[in-house]
Design a protein around this ligand. Structure first.
Ligand code: ADP
Length: 477
């Protein structure tokens, strides 16, 4: 049995802003189910929701501050959660990273540097809990200083750093460095310095014993200039200690047979019930009720990464065809305005909801025929997996985890029952439009469509498979 300290800045259902929380809520559970002794550590944000009881565990003095460690559990699991309680830094309303206008909290460097320091103290058992992990598993830039600081310790646990998205690196002006009181030996171009800025992510990339990212394809892509954001050289240099493990999905939360957010549950044997969710979706979005019109769905952050600009370019032509399109998301204000404008122009074809809505996300996955995910890059992506499980055909660009989880529909893949989506190569509106047209042709052939749906619904996206890979990796460290 391994002792694992799992470090993250968000974990569903405690607190979530995106896919990172899904992974960090599910992987620890899957590891606990494999009988591992895992503890999750996370800042005690104001917005953190715990349905389990919380108790005081111990105090630490870190960087001249008094920190309390509270203990709770990840809801519906045996996973112990340690909350880093320091109200001055974490008792902020709403989002863990940004204020209500979308601006990063001004003291983010200090907030997450303190979190990392506390994690190091816990990892070295300086709270005297008689529990020292074998492995400290860190996720994304907010945890990046942990491997760096631990590298300076004697008898330290092994460290693993997982990249969920290279686009977010935790870069701060050099003026912050003095505030953080970091050990001087970490501050150099081969260390935490990145073009005269402080880079949190480099702490993970340079100093951890091993690096993973959330899909094998993305692990290769980030070693190139197109996806590496200037860190491709470092990643290439570390390629012997860099691998990809694909994320799973939470099969209980995302199960069309039991999903409580759906008005009509369905499975492979009752696939015809899916259309009732389509009807519900059309009703909720005030679109014409029509069983036969192909309904496209999209859920996600409205940012360039997700290829929203490509969709905007395609939409006028797409909406000239006999289709419907529903979109749920929020993000870039310009994108929000543009999709709003189009929805007003085509009220009987396109409807949107700006915002975050968990239950509507489930209904969109269930009620849509086709899911659009033309990302420019996608470390793993979850919605394309949810889609396949819900008999919804994803259209994806061949990148990152999308390339690893969706098999394009071609005559041979249709014949050998592996086809479960539409995959295109080039990040251009014309390539996307061509795949939309391909999807519409396939949609008009019910036998092929049903075959693709069933192939997707049968696929194994369980966390267990991925957790076993992580465990093998922990063993090797
Ligand atoms: P990313 O982490 O890059 O945002 P992922 O596809 O990995 O993208 O994960 C996004 C997760 O957040 C999915 O579970 C998705 O359903 C959910 N999500 C994103 N935007 C919304 C929204 N507006 N409402 C509800 N769920 C959302």
């Amino acid at each position: 049995m391994k002792k694992i300290l799992f470090v993250t800045s968000e974990a569903h259902p405690l607190i979530k802003t995106g896919g990172l929380a899904d992974v960090c809520g599910s992987l620890p559970k899957a590891l606990a189910e494999l009988d591992q002794d895992i503890r999750l550590i996370i800042p005690n944000y104001q917005a953190l929701k715990s349905t389990e009881s919380v108790r005081f565990l111990f105090s630490l003095r870190v960087d001249n501050r008094n920190i309390n460690i509270l203990e709770t559990r990840l809801p519906d699991s045996q996973v112990v959660v340690w909350l880093v309680d320091y109200p001055t830094f974490y008792n902020y309303p709403g989002n863990p990273y940004v204020d209500e206008t979308g601006e990063p909290w001004a003291n983010n460097a200090e907030r997450f540097a303190l979190f990392c320091r506390v994690v190091v103290e816990v990892a070295m058992d300086r709270g005297y809990q008689d529990w020292k992990p074998d492995v400290v598993h860190c996720n994304d830039w907010q945890c990046g200083l942990v491997p760096a600081l631990l590298s300076l310790e004697q008898d330290r646990p092994a460290t693993l750093f997982t990249i969920h998205n290279m686009a977010y690196q935790g870069l701060f002006p050099v003026s912050e460095v003095a505030l953080l009181n970091l050990p001087g030996q970490l501050w150099h171009p081969e260390g935490l310095e990145f073009h005269s800025k402080l880079s949190f992510i480099k702490g993970g990339l340079v100093y951890s014993d091993y690096i993973t990212t959330v899909s094998p394809t993305y692990a290769t892509e980030i070693q190139t200039a197109e996806y590496g954001y200037g860190l491709e050289g470092l990643l290439e240099h570390r390629k012997e200690s860099l691998g990809g493990i694909i994320n799973g999905i939470d099969l209980d939360q995302w199960d069309p047979e039991t999903d409580a957010y759906l008005t009509h549950n369905f499975s492979i044997t009752t696939l015809d019930q899916k259309r009732l969710n389509k009807k519900e979706l059309q009703t909720r979005f005030s679109l014409p009720i029509n069983e036969n019109v192909p309904l496209f769905g999209l859920i996600g952050r409205l940012v360039e990464q997700k290829g929203i600009d490509l969709i905007l370019e395609c939409l006028p032509e797409m909406l000239s065809m006999s289709v419907q399109f529903v979109l749920l998301g929020s993000g870039d204000k310009d994108f929000e305005k543009l999709v709003q404008k189009l929805a007003q122009e085509y009220p009987d074809k396109m409807a949107i909801k700006i915002g975050y809505d968990e239950s509507l996300a489930h209904l969109i996955e269930a009620g849509s025929d086709i899911f659009l995910m033309p990302s420019r890059f996608e470390p793993c992506g979850l919605n394309q997996m949810y889609s396949q499980r819900y008999g919804t055909i994803p259209i994806v660009r061949k990148t990152g985890g999308l390339a690893d989880t969706v098999i394009d529909t071609l005559p041979d893949t249709l014949l050998n029952n592996t086809a479960s989506g539409i995959v295109f190569n080039e990040a251009s509106a014309s390539s996307l439009l061509e795949s939309i047209k391909r999807a519409l042709v396939l949609y008009s052939i019910p036998s092929s469509w049903k075959k693709m749906q069933i192939t997707g619904m049968k696929k194994d996206f369980s966390w267990q498979k991925s957790a076993e890979q992580y465990l093998a990796l922990y063993d090797s460290l």
